[in-house]
Ligand binder design. Sequence first.
Ligand code: PLP
Length: 401
Amino acid sequence: MRRVYLDYNATTPLAPEVFETMKPYWLGEYGNASSIHWYGQRAKAAVEQAREQVARLIGAQPAEVVFTGGGTESDNAAIFGVVGAAQSATKHVVTSTIEHHAVLFTAMALEPCGVSVTLVPVGSSGVVDPADVARAVRPDTVLISVMHANNELGTIQPIAEIGRIAREHDVYFHTDAVQTVGKIPIDVEELGVDLLSLSAHKLYGPKGVGGLYIRRGTALRPLLYGGHHERDRRAGTENVPGIVGLGKAAELAGEHMVEDALSVSALRDRFEEGILSSVPLARINGDVSRRAPGTTNISFDCIEGEGFVIALDLKGLACSTGAACSSGSIEPSHVLAAIGKTKEQARSSIRFSFGRYSAPEDVDCALVTVPDAAARLRSMSPHWENAFSHQLSTIDAAIGE
Ligand code: PLP
């Protein structure tokens, strides 16, 4: 059975070049980057080279990049860090309803401490309106956090416009760019962000390592206290092999970006066209005109998403739903709820995400597997016949007019 991986937004495979670059740092190059001896200095040099590689990819100064334990930690460090350092008597944070839980739950965790949080809503496009962000800002707003591309829909947010609003109001601005770093060009100056989160395992690097861009001069309280690592901004012995891997992944991403983006969007677009023409009542969620290259999110009426993912997995195709399993029940995706989908529509939605190693044969295979599985599951659904005949009569009526 051919296995097809269409879940690049969940994680990417490690690039072989990244693995080769990391290897010595698991073996002979085992120094602690804080040690003053030969071993330590070699490790430190490798960490500093990685810092330069990451900084180059996002248009930052190396000293503005702090290594972390991944995207989640970067988001937590940015939000808790800015709010913790703010001196005002009352504090307010603006974020959006479609953020990853690493931002959403972090912001909400501040509420019991007296911080107020405004969640800016989005329409069916899945794109935040900068005017809504401007309206949400108050005199005591200390941080705006809006993600660069949504992980479920792929929709790219108007970060540069929001950056200008943040500047006008003199408010710090964080973006979670975990789904865009390495995929589309990023320049922290053009985006006007003060903080930006990234994660190695979304750009063909290792899991458990990430970065946080912190604009020079940003007042930030550290999340972790301990040694003087990372210029006192993130205590803890550096994960040297992981950081080296992130650096190499960043360098490769810069080299491959254009070619990756073109091939990945071509595969995604061919897949979408194939699905829309072969599966009745399949609908794409979110604004298709401004999406990260490899992502599509499709609702399949009358199909329960979890069951669909399992059926596809049994046929060798890996993809995902945005649903989260909480306290034993499956909660439909908060992102799909935020763009106005009903629980049923949200539960019938699947995310397919393509990447550097996706091949045209993967799309050919998926264009057989997905329609087959959809037809089989619908043939077992008590609602399908009604939904389909209702749709046909709507189309007939429209043609009749
Ligand atoms: N932010 C976004 C938008 C993500 O997609 C993810 C991971 O899926 C994260 C944050 C968390 O990153 P990590 O898995 O490195 O903790």
